[in-house]
Design a protein around this ligand. Structure first.
Ligand SMILES: Nc1ncnc2c1ncn2[C@@H]1O[C@H](COP(=O)(O)OP(=O)(O)OP(=O)(O)O)[C@@H](O)[C@H]1O
Ligand SMILES: [Mg+2]
Length: 278
């Protein structure tokens, strides 16, 4: 079963899409079949993965999958990276926020549409929009965990408590199993004292919930999106590329041992009655 991670922060421009696209590409390079679900009507992840939105079949996007008009499997397209796929979004998705309001189980629509394809992937990353509306609620209801890209700037922590409150409500009412994947610090500029202070403060507050890897401010990361490529295909030697490869290593490290341990126990036929296989 693929692990579903919602990439979320209601603050705009903090590096959600850049992190989604480049972490996904790095996981794919590590031979993990990975799907990016573009869940933002801006469609930035779609473009950053080289999909020309003007050439898409407008009736086969995430929006139609979300409202149950077409199966998610018919929406997914391949990218230039082997093992990396994207469910593309167009501005149509903005309508869903309003259209779904009166529908039954409106918060679980994405979860329902992912169920069919989940087993085909190792990782499914959902790129959330910069708001805590119904789209983000759907993403957090469908997800196993959530990752928060946090820009290393003065107002970094602003809004984080609101996000964590929303997550708490979703855990209580819609998705009790939702876990924290971690906080990833983005756009770090080491020459800036304030950025160093922010890193320290976030680490003090959130401890090992914060990934060791810090994503540097790196012009290659902003350039590659406009060429419709993950940085791996644009400048593999850049600091930005290296950082996302390291982040992928950490994500794999946080997830893999559990799988391997479980598989090992099963293969050894160890029966631990009442014990949870982790
Ligand atoms: N590490 C980085 N170094 C340099 N530029 C970056 C970096 N990360 C992101 N950017 C640039 O910052 C801008 C915002 O990044 P991005 O689109 O990933 O944020 P976002 O949180 O997805 O934004 P939105 O909330 O609008 O969806 C983009 O122009 C992107 O290219
Ligand atoms: Mg974005």
């Amino acid at each position: 079963m693929g692990k579903i991670i919602a990439m979320t922060n209601q603050k705009g421009g903090v590096g959600k899409t850049t992190t989604t696209v480049n972490l996904a590409a790095s996981l794919a390079i590590a031979d993990k079949r990975t799907l990016v679900i573009d869940f933002d009507p801006q469609g930035n992840a779609t473009s950053a993965l080289g999909v020309d939105r003007s050439k898409l079949n407008p009736n086969h996007t995430v929006y139609q999958a979300l409202i149950g008009q077409v199966p998610m499997s018919q929406v997914i397209v391949a990218t230039e990276v082997d093992s990396l796929f994207v469910a593309p979004a167009t501005s149509d998705l903005a309508g869903a926020e309003i259209e779904l309001v009166s529908s039954f189980a409106r918060e679980s629509k994405l979860k329902a549409s992912i169920a069919e394809i989940r087993s085909q992937f190792d990782f499914i990353l959902i790129d959330c929009p910069p708001s805590l509306g119904l789209l983000s609620v759907n993403a957090l209801t469908a997800a196993d965990s959530f990752m928060v890209p946090l820009q290393t700037e003065f107002f970094a922590l602003e809004g984080l408590s609101q996000l964590l409150n929303t997550v708490g409500l979703i855990k209580m009412n819609l998705n009790p199993g939702l876990q924290e994947e971690g906080i990833v610090l983005t756009m770090f500029d080491g020459r800036n004292n304030l950025a160093n202070e922010v890193v320290k403060e976030v680490r003090t507050h959130f401890g090992d919930k914060v990934f060791e890897t810090v994503i540097p401010r790196n012009v290659r990361l902003s350039e590659c999106s406009s060429f419709g490529k993950p940085v791996l295909l644009y400048d593999i030697d850049s600091k930005g590329c290296l950082a996302y490869l390291n982040l992928a290593k950490e994500v794999l490290g946080r997830n893999q041992p559990k799988v391997e341990l479980g598989a090992l126990r099963q293969s050894q036929g160890v029966v631990e009655s009442g014990a949870q296989v982790i």
